[in-house]
Design a protein around this ligand. Structure first.
Ligand code: UD1
Length: 420
């Protein structure tokens, strides 16, 4: 359990390359078992979650090499071993292996998942719809025993466009009899990326990014190559970090259209954004006085992402006036509020996951605790403008989603160190 020490008061400037997305690489890694062969994947972020997924693959008798950002997975000897409980508990997205394993073997034994402690995180949409594909699910002491003679294509209607459920149902359906239609699927860029990866190994999946994804079952798959889409949440985090310091930074290797809702909010707050769509670059600088936001509400993509609300909360702590953020997806997103208040912020949690943030002139360094991934990032962002030193403990939460936030912010002129 390490900690970050940030000395506030340094404006961010400079240029930084953004790496591949955490929320893409994890389902893609689950998908690598399907071709029983080689997948060459580039732009892979070295996150603690990536290494947990690789450990799971090793338990399934896959092998890999990982040099620089290139990961080569060989799944020719994949077996249907039980994934150890501690690995599944460490990372919620390990539940995505259920879809791949049931697809390939018609059998999967896995426990309920862990991950960020964002409150109740049910998987009913995954399980109910897997049943519609012909999967029998037995639940014994938090262990799910899933069996299917054959996955039978079906029309699945998601009552909520869950990212994880959409991914699991796609993975479960790649070899299905006939076709599966997922109606009201999630449209997140990372799902589009997963589908590009799966189609590059021979799957037949159409309609991703629309209101219906169609998966036509195929009989075999082949080796493939894929480049992971850039991480829009990491890019957004650094844009907000630059904004809070009144700095100016240029980010490279970003997909502008996937960042749009974040850029729109920064614009509303009076920051100047210049997007270079063809070059995959985005520039931010401060232009007008920082304004407040009457209401920022998290929504499924293309709406404003729940994974960006904590970082904006830090920024709004030092903006002019009163702002409101309404979290509509996860019930425990506000675990960073008490910590931001320890730095001198004025945040009150109202009803229905609504936070009311009254801007203050200064934040003051203190010792604070990261309790989840993005909330942890918000504390580092606040530390960049707090006077004196801010110590952010429990670094392991932040390392789940940022390859090396100390390296990145140092490149951008931030004053941050890491110690064990
Ligand atoms: C994924 C992302 C996470 C992001 C979230 C929303 C990964 C590894 N994680 O998480 O970073 O914050 O999308 O964009 O990609 N729900 C149910 N039943 C289910 C499934 C979900 O009620 O079976 C509810 C959840 O409780 C939550 C909402 O749906 O309120 C969104 O969850 P979901 O889209 O599934 O998020 P994750 O896939 O867990």
């Amino acid at each position: 359990m390490g900690e970050f020490n940030i000395t506030g008061g340094h404006k961010l400037h400079g240029e930084l390359k953004i790496l591949g997305a955490k929320n893409s690489i994890l389902p893609i890694l689950a998908g690598t078992i399907l071709n029983k062969g080689e997948s060459i994947i580039s732009n892979v972020p070295r996150l603690s979650d990536t290494f947990i997924a690789l450990e799971i693959l090793e338990h399934l008798d896959c092998t890999y090499t990982f040099e620089k950002d290139i990961l080569i997975i060989n799944s020719s000897n994949v077996s249907n071993n039980v994934i150890p409980i501690d690995l599944v508990q460490k990372m919620r997205s390990s539940i995505i292996f259920l879809g791949s394993l049931i697809s390939l073997f018609g059998y999967c034994k896995i426990c309920y998942p862990g991950g960020c402690k964002l409150g109740k995180r049910p998987i009913d949409l995954h399980l109910d719809n897997l049943k519609k594909l012909g999967v029998t699910i037995l639940e014994v002491d938090d262990i799910l025993i899933c069996t299917a003679n054959k996955i039978i294509g079906a029309d699945l209607n998601l009552t909520f466009p869950s990212v994880g459920a959409t991914e699991n149902l796609i993975l479960a359906s790649v070899f299905c009899l006939g076709e599966t239609n997922i109606i009201n699927p999630a449209k997140e860029p990372e799902i589009i990326d997963l589908v590009h990866f799966l189609n590059s190994m021979g799957c037949n999946i159409q309609g991703v990014g629309t209101n219906c994804i169609t998966i036509k079952g195929v009989s075999s798959l082949y080796n493939c190559e894929h480049k992971v889409v850039s991480d829009r949440i990491v890019a957004g985090t650094y844009l907000v970090a630059a904004a809070i310091t009144d700095g100016s930074i240029l980010l490279d290797n970003v997909n502008i259209s996937y960042l749009q809702s974040t850029l729109d909010v920064l614009n509303q707050l009076g920051y100047y954004i210049r997007s270079y769509e063809k070059d995959n670059k985005v520039f931010i600088t401060t232009q007008n006085k920082k304004l407040s936001l009457p209401l920022l509400e998290t929504k499924p993509y293309p709406g404003f992402p729940t994974d960006m609300q904590s970082q904006f909360m830090a920024l709004l702590c030092v903006s002019n006036g009163v702002s409101t953020i309404k979290e509509t997806l996860f019930e425990s997103r506000n675990m960073n509020v008490s910590e931001l208040n320890k730095l001198g912020a004025n945040i009150i949690i109202g009803e229905n996951q609504t936070s009311i943030i009254t801007g203050v002139n200064n934040l003051v360094g203190n010792t604070v605790y990261a309790k989840d991934l993005r909330g942890g990032a918000s504390l580092i962002i606040a530390g960049l403008v707090a006077s004196g030193v801010t110590t952010v403990k429990n670094s392991e939460h932040i390392e789940r989603g940022y390859e090396d936030i100390t390296r990145d912010l140092t490149i951008l002129n931030g004053n941050i160190t890491y110690s064990n």
